[in-house]
Design a protein around this ligand. Sequence first.
Ligand SMILES: C[S@@+](CC[C@H](N)C(=O)[O-])C[C@H]1O[C@@H](n2cnc3c(N)ncnc32)[C@H](O)[C@@H]1O
Length: 216
Amino acid sequence: MIKMSGKIYIIGIGPGSSEYLTKKAVDTVKMSDYAVGSTRAIELFSDVKNTIPFNVKELLTTLERGVELASEGNTVSILSTGDPGFSGVLNTVLRISDEKNFPRENIEVLPGVSSLQLAAAKCHIQWDSANVMTFHGRENIDDILPVINNGNITIALPSRKVRDMAQFLLDNGVEKTRKVIVCERLSYPDEKIVASTLNDIANSEFTYMCIIVIYP
Ligand SMILES: C[S@@+](CC[C@H](N)C(=O)[O-])C[C@H]1O[C@@H](n2cnc3c(N)ncnc32)[C@H](O)[C@@H]1O
């Protein structure tokens, strides 16, 4: 017997703390047959029927499994940190769904608070005129050079270590004294916000979970 297509929710879960989860996200996961996401993401929800955890290496196959389960008639919540549309899984899930002929009208995206938004809020930045950039998963970060001197604040997800990114900017002639704020592990109990100069940041260690804010 052929079952009707189910539904896929691509859900932004915010920067990490459950305080930033939307009620819509909680309610949707609760009524879903499956929750697909990192262990850290799944742990934010107390009421989950079936879980499909993934790590980075298995990301694609796990997302494919999620789409297949939806094609078999299940309701599947795919959890994405922050907002799914900013360096999240949105495009990947859409591509897999198209490949598997899963109907777009059965896919709903629920926005979440992006780490970028929380960084802007913590730094009191109105970010509508900021250079918003993501280098996550990218090696080439040259795109930052044409905008770094355009007079606006730059808010970026670094591609690699924050210190390497700062060093890249120094190597490309950006002034040592530029004000930089690094927002690390936002919303977690060990959140750290460090305001310093580009030169100091190039000589400091941070974890990978950072947003870097570079002032003009
Ligand atoms: C795969 S991207 C996901 C971004 C996410 N979609 C968003 O809107 O925040 C992962 C990167 O986002 C940033 N990030 C995610 N959560 C963060 C947090 N709580 N604090 C600081 N940076 C965070 C880090 O740069 C991390 O390497």
